[in-house]
Design a protein around this ligand. Structure first.
Ligand code: DC
Length: 233
């Protein structure tokens, strides 16, 4: 009888949560890390943005929790990872660019305060990530969506630096820049102080302050942590 060699174990695919405030660099780091690992990058904020867009289109009040949940249930919100980044589909339409506009950004922050809206989102986000092989970014991924994630990163930065990064990203100056900075501060305040799943680092998250770090330095740290977790299994 011949011994059949044991096949090499297939590495388990991790669930990686990246949370933090706007402008801390989550999206860039999450998408680059996902590409490096061959994982899917899911931006949970895009789902809140898609619902906010639906509410704008239907003229629904951002304060009407029941109406917003009904809209969510009636909508098909899909995140479609592509080689060039994530596409967001709302009822089959590509709304990826539209949901980044100022009115939707403001509305997303407002619709996301409602506990029942969050429950709906969390359920769908869990369904997308349970198989692993996913880098999901947002505000409550490590605390609520995947409390057992293999790796939790909380990416933060000084508010002034975050504002500057946003301006550079959007190539804006002057009065518009002042508005963007004020919007960002207000969204931050709302995200951190809402009663349902406020933005905070999970107890077991690795907190990275990117204020004085380059993108490459943050990425190197995060890759090192992911490699460590992969070895642990
Ligand atoms: O990450 P973002 O800027 O695209 O998120 C848009 C809004 O959605 C943000 O103001 C807070 C909310 N959000 C949330 O409450 N929970 C998440 N997991 C992701 C986003």
């Amino acid at each position: 009888m011949t011994d059949t060699p044991n096949p090499a174990p297939t590495p388990r695919k991790l669930i990686i949560a990246i949370d933090g405030p706007a402008g801390a660099g989550k999206s860039t780091i999450a998408s680059r890390l996902a590409r490096k690992l061959g994982y899917v990058n899911l931006e949970s904020g895009a789902m809140y943005r898609a619902l906010a867009l639906k509410a704008i289109e239907k003229d629904a009040s951002f304060d009407d929790e029941a109406a917003l949940v009904k809209l969510a249930e009636e909508s098909r919100i899909r995140l479609e990872p592509t080689r060039d980044g994530n596409r967001t589909l709302l009822n089959g339409h590509d709304v990826s660019a539209r949901i980044r506009e100022r009115d939707v950004t403001e509305a997303a922050s407002r619709v996301s305060v409602h506990p029942r809206v969050r429950e709906w989102m969390v359920e769908h986000q869990r369904a997308m990530g349970t198989g692993g092989g996913v880098v999901m970014e947002g505000r409550d991924i490590g605390t609520k969506v995947f409390p057992d994630a293999d790796l939790k990163i909380f990416l933060d930065a000084d508010p002034v630096v975050r504002e500057q990064r946003r301006m550079e990203q959007q190539k804006i100056k002057g009065e518009v820049a002042a508005n963007v900075a004020a919007d960002l501060r207000e969204r931050d305040r709302r995200d951190r102080t809402r009663a349902a799943s406020p933005l905070m680092a999970a107890e077991d998250a690795v907190v990275i302050d990117s204020t004085k770090l380059s993108e490459a330095e943050v990425l190197a740290k995060v890759e090192e942590l992911a490699a460590e977790r992969l070895l642990r299994q």
